[in-house]
Design a protein around this ligand. Sequence first.
Ligand SMILES: CC(C)(COP(=O)(O)OP(=O)(O)OC[C@H]1O[C@@H](n2cnc3c(N)ncnc32)[C@H](O)[C@@H]1OP(=O)(O)O)[C@@H](O)C(=O)NCCC(=O)NCCS
Length: 206
Amino acid sequence: MNSKRDLPISTKRLTLRAFRKSDLDAMMAYHALPDVQRYLDWKARDRAEVQTALDAMIKQNRLTRPGDTFHLAVVKTSDDSLIGQISLRWTDATAGQAELRFIFNPAERKQGFATEAVKAAVDHGFEAFHFHRIFARCSGKNEPSARLLKGIGMRLEAHYREHALFQGEWDEELHFAILDREWKPSEVVREFPRKSGTQIARHLVA
Ligand SMILES: CC(C)(COP(=O)(O)OP(=O)(O)OC[C@H]1O[C@@H](n2cnc3c(N)ncnc32)[C@H](O)[C@@H]1OP(=O)(O)O)[C@@H](O)C(=O)NCCC(=O)NCCS
């Protein structure tokens, strides 16, 4: 269940699939941009670094233990072009917690693609992985990301003011989250049957 066998996920305009070696050029098109790097706490600027990141992401397609990350390549179904990536990191087994992260090519923004893809990934997190709570962190200055997370129904649970220094300036961090029972499955992906609490725990430790 916790593997790329569940993929691809289809939405109205997009396909979410596992990463492939051939994704390198499309990843380079957005990873190396300062506008993308600005809000990320990891750096992959040149081809060798992006290649290393891609190789790791290809292998990270299962959630077998807490700390594992599941990566999704987001592709426009109309022309099969890679426009971004989403990940779910399993952070806590007994409490069924996972962290959502995403990056999209700036050339493809403001068309609702990121929102559509992130909704499908959250659906997958709750329906296929049976997480209890999915959370996301973003910079207080990252308005597009905060708008997206709020827009899909995630709750702003914390705003850390000047909690750290980042590149010589005070950093603000927003924490968003949503519980499985609060999430309304997206209409753009197929529905899965809901599981009970005990089934969730059993599934996560299986
Ligand atoms: C965060 C990020 C994914 C948001 O991208 P985005 O382009 O704003 O998101 P979408 O593609 O879903 O577009 C939504 C916008 O398009 C508009 N839009 C246009 N056509 C639309 C359509 N058909 N359907 C839905 N929305 C549409 C929406 O109104 C919305 O505008 P608004 O933000 O002014 O309210 C992007 O800025 C990014 O990749 N940033 C760098 C990495 C990053 O910050 N990652 C997050 C770390 S947590």
